[in-house]
Design a binder for this molecule. Structure first.
Ligand SMILES: [Ca+2]
Ligand SMILES: [Ca+2]
Length: 260
């Protein structure tokens, strides 16, 4: 019985050994030509090269994103505006940024001989922000834009404020700069952000019926038109044909008379 038991143990050991040898041989045969062996095995020269490429690409993307974020200087730009005497117009102030701006302060200067300030409204990027605006000495409007939760202004381009002006009824001049000063942009830590600033310009438009080009409509325009009654339509007489019926007559004068 004892020998029989030993023989059984011996037989099992032999079978297990044979299975181990068979598995080793199978693993060797499969592993040699396959690519998985390279990935799972020890670091060969090719493995290291692939790893290096992967790391290089990963860091490359990170560095590119960081570079874009840190090198794109925000732009604060005043839009150009135009209007005839008495017209009400909006002057937009636009911001282009990468989402790092949380608060803005600036002064907007203008010529009171041409424009009268009325009010300031939030822009497309700041509809949920608080916008303060006050007159300050030197014919300037001081604007402060912020959010008490320290929320950044969305990245991209859009208006951060709309300043409303009325053109003077009898303007002294035809153009003026709409000029930024004291521009202060802040990040979430309260740090000053370097900003490129672009001023705007207001241009006075001739009102309809202004025949003599003095930006007002009055009896002088009627006198101007009478020079061309029945005259051929060339040069200034083309303007005198106010209703564009190809003749200068009393009907044109009556149309202009309605405008003042
Ligand atoms: Ca006129
Ligand atoms: Ca006419």
């Amino acid at each position: 019985m004892i020998y029989l038991f030993i023989d059984r143990l011996h037989f099992k050991s032999i079978v297990l050994s044979l299975i181990m040898i068979l598995l080793f041989l199978l693993n060797t045969v499969v592993a040699v030509p396959g690519s998985e062996a390279r990935n799972n095995g020890p670091a060969t020269a090719q493995n290291l090269q692939e790893t290096d490429v992967s790391r290089s690409t990963g860091f490359g993307f990170s560095e590119n994103i960081l570079a874009t974020t840190t090198t794109a200087t925000p732009e604060l730009t005043v839009g150009n505006a135009s209007g005839a005497p008495g017209a009400v117009l909006q002057v937009p102030v636009n911001l282009t940024s990468s989402g790092e701006v949380v608060a803005i302060q600036f002064d907007l200067g203008y010529d009171p001989a041409l424009l009268t300030y009325q009010q300031t409204n939030a822009g497309s990027l700041t509809s949920t922000f608080t916008v303060y605006a006050n007159d300050v000495p030197g014919n300037k409007i001081r604007v402060i834009i912020m959010d008490f939760s320290n929320k950044p202004i969305a990245s991209g381009s859009g208006t951060v404020a709309q300043l409303q002006f009325q053109v003077a009824a009898t303007p002294a001049g035809q153009t003026c700069m709409i000029e930024l000063s004291g521009v202060t942009l802040s990040d979430t830590q309260g740090n000053l952000i370097t900003t490129n600033v672009h001023n705007g310009q207001f241009t006075l438009l001739q009102p309809p019926g202004d025949m003599n080009g003095d930006y007002t409509v009055n009896f002088l325009d009627l006198l101007f038109m009478t020079q061309y009654l029945g005259e051929p339509l060339t040069g200034d007489s083309l303007r005198a044909d106010f209703n564009k019926d190809d003749v200068v007559n009393i009907l044109d004068l009556l149309e202009v008379k309605k405008l003042y």
